[in-house]
Design a protein around this ligand. Structure first.
Ligand code: CDP
Length: 196
């Protein structure tokens, strides 16, 4: 069975947790596409070359989840050559046999517009910054500034800007616990699988 769940949305909205839970529930494979951009961002040198030469080992680094790696990712993610180098791998993953969940910024709009389910997971910048701060610590005001800066860059870029696909289901997690958000996502996927 070919079945793609595209989960897009801004930083720290809950995409990762929801994606892993959906993949686990339905036995689908999961790709966190943000890791590809983070790996390119921290690799240094020419970003287009880094994207073309990316290997699974690059995704194994333990410094990919830091705020700095997130910022570096969103800086290289504006470059069309970087995005183009990562398209084929993501498309193959999305349409591989057995079902796939991909989370990122442009999965439902660019990578897999034919996805059977498209979710746009969001929350207010303050709520997202607070969640990210619980993970990374430090100065919460700085984390909020970082989140807003990254939103502006991701939504404002010319190539594959962050925006909901027209047919995406919106899940605003501002006032939801993670269990509730996961349940909402699973319900959408289950309904589509049941053909309703
Ligand atoms: O985990 P978080 O939501 O903070 O970020 P991420 O999903 O790891 O993505 C890091 C950065 O990579 C984003 O801010 C985007 O600039 C970029 N990205 C992208 O352009 N397209 C994707 N499909 C995924 C990430």
């Amino acid at each position: 069975m070919i079945f793609t769940v595209a989960i897009d949305g801004p930083a720290a909205a809950g995409k990762g947790t929801i994606s892993r839970a959906v993949a686990g529930r339905f036995g689908f494979r999961h790709l966190d596409t943000g890791l590809l951009y983070r790996a390119v961002g921290v690799k240094g040198g020419d970003p287009a070359r880094a994207a073309r030469d990316l290997t699974p080992k690059d995704l194994d680094r333990d410094d990919l989840r830091t705020l700095e790696a997130g910022r570096a990712a969103s800086q290289v993610a504006v470059l069309p050559e970087v995005r183009a180098a990562l398209v084929a791998f993501q498309r193959r993953f999305a349409r591989s046999e057995g079902g796939a969940v991909l989370d990122g910024r442009d999965i439902g709009t660019v990578i897999c517009p034919e996805a059977e389910v498209k979710l746009y997971v969001t929350a207010s910048p303050e709520v997202r910054a607070h969640r990210r701060w619980l993970e990374v610590g430090g100065d919460e005001a700085r984390v909020l500034a970082e989140v807003k800066e990254r939103d502006a860059r991701d939504m404002g870029r010319a190539d594959a800007p962050l925006r909901p696909a027209e047919d995406a289901v919106l899940i605003d997690t501002s006032a939801m616990g993670i269990d509730e958000a996961v349940a909402a996502a699973i319900a959408v996927v289950a309904a589509r699988l049941a053909g309703t």
